[in-house]
Design a binder for this molecule. Sequence first.
Ligand code: AP5
Length: 222
Amino acid sequence: MPSDKLQVIFIGPPGSGKGTQGTFLHEEYGVCHLATGDMLRAAVKAGTDVGKQAKAVMERGELVSDDIMINLIKENIGSDNCKGGFILDGFPRTLPQAEKLDEMLTARNSSIDQALEFKVEDSLLVRRITGRWIHQPSGRSYHTEFAPPKVPGKDDVTGEDLIQRADDNEETLKKRLVAYHSQTAPVLEYYKKQDKLTTLPAHLSPDKVYATIKGCFNKIRN
Ligand code: AP5
């Protein structure tokens, strides 16, 4: 059924391009971009209770508890920012999170339009993750090789410093991939059973991935 507002989920392994595409797309489509990793990193930086609980778990490359994540989404999904729809980037990551999200949306007479899987071989991800630099306040992400900033180490828009994430190293990436394949892969099956899963060729260039997602979004809207 065509939908006047987009409600989509991005699912993919670390470094598959979810954040890059979410940042590009949210303004163009007038939807909010709820990136749970960015929200947790902001909580860690602010020293909130959630941040204190999440910090060590994230640095180990493991998943933060379902209760924390579900509350975080509950608080944000109904906000004014998300009135035009949402891109959920990094949530749900477990079956209980997916089930709770459906419950939350059903209670609002609403549902997910599509879950987009960012499919890319694990072997490509080491280079993407170890070369990444981010602008923490905005979530903008750069890459020394694939998407360099205009001035090395500085955000293109604000000129502020870029940083490397504590979990962006080869050793932690291995653990994040284990968590993805064991705990998040079943979520793909969950949406497949609902006939709501679209798989994207996320190994292609950012422009090509962007064009494919736009094709999906336009199909949902028409
Ligand atoms: P999170 O921040 O969500 O990390 P992630 O899922 O591991 O994803 P990344 O942010 O690493 O990658 P991305 O797909 O956004 O890639 P990007 O676009 O930046 O989560 C971090 C942690 O928080 C988790 O480990 C967990 O502990 C916790 N957490 C978060 N959500 C949770 C939840 N729901 N439940 C429990 N715990 C949760 O691209 C990567 C790099 O590649 C960039 O440098 C970019 O410039 C470059 N690039 C992007 N696309 C391309 C392309 N097509 N070609 C070449 N280079 C590209």
